[in-house]
Design a protein around this ligand. Structure first.
Ligand code: 5RP
Length: 233
């Protein structure tokens, strides 16, 4: 099975959490794209779903499939959010934002009664941090903000390499008009502490640590799809 086969398998398996009439958050990325395709099939079959996309790319895909697209202003409370991730640990803590959509992804996930994460096997890690942590920042004072992020990381024993994300030779600009700092942290021993430390830095709009947000993860592998459930303390 290729990783794309695994992504398609977990995306299709996530349909079991969807019911006719639900208000849904639609994630962003290649795994979420398969889920949106599957939702499109349900809509064609007559299901009535109200969907809030987490990016302009997902909005365009959903509209192209005839899915009723809403906004959080129109639909502030969602029943379910289904999204991919760049890394997931055993507590279902995540790194997200590889596609640059982390801010809307986090707002949408936090507006949903349940978040289901869909990932291929390569995303499962013992410790978060191999994937560079995306941090969305306002363009004003970006170097000063990067310095503060570095200082916050160092206070937790992390020595990050921080770069402004570039695509096609230009700084990558998010759907919200901001920049992304990719922070190569290495092993993050205390993701919840790092999340708090990053959140209070002026200029940081949001970071890609999703702590305690996902309740279920569907993990693809050659053997099929397995379900991980977050243990609530
Ligand atoms: C986008 C994300 C994606 O969920 C994450 O990058 C995983 O993407 P893919 O499903 O393409 O592997 O956080 O901001």
């Amino acid at each position: 099975m290729t990783s794309d086969d695994q992504k398609r398998a977990v995306a299709r398996a996530a349909i079991v959490y969807v019911r006719d009439g639900m208000r849904l958050g639609l994630g962003t990325g290649s795994t979420a794209k398969h889920f949106v395709d599957a939702i499109g099939e349900k809509v064609k079959a007559g299901w009535r779903l109200t969907c809030v996309p987490t990016s302009e790319a997902t909005r365009k895909q959903a509209e192209g499939l005839g899915i009723a697209v809403s906004t959080l202003d129109q639909t502030p409370q969602l029943d379910l959010d289904v999204d991919g991730a760049d890394e997931i640990d055993g507590d279902l803590n995540l790194i997200k934002g590889g596609g640059g959509a982390l801010l809307r992804e986090k707002i949408v996930a936090s507006s949903a009664a349940k978040m289901v994460v869909i990932v291929d096997a390569s995303k499962r890690v013992e410790h978060l941090g191999k994937f560079p942590l995306p941090v969305e920042v306002v363009p004003f004072g970006v170097k000063a903000t990067a310095f503060k992020i570095e200082t916050a990381c160092k206070s937790l024993g992390i020595n990050p390499a921080i770069v402004i994300r570039v695509r096609n030779g230009k700084p990558f600009v998010t759907d919200n008009g901001n920049l992304i700092l990719d922070c190569a942290c290495g092993r993050i021993d205390k993701p919840a502490s790092l999340a708090v430390a990053l959140s209070v830095i002026p200029g940081v709009v949001e970071h890609g640590l999703f702590i305690g947000m996902a309740s279920v993860a569907l993990l693809g592998s050659d053997a099929g799809v397995s379900v991980l459930t977050r243990k609530v303390p």
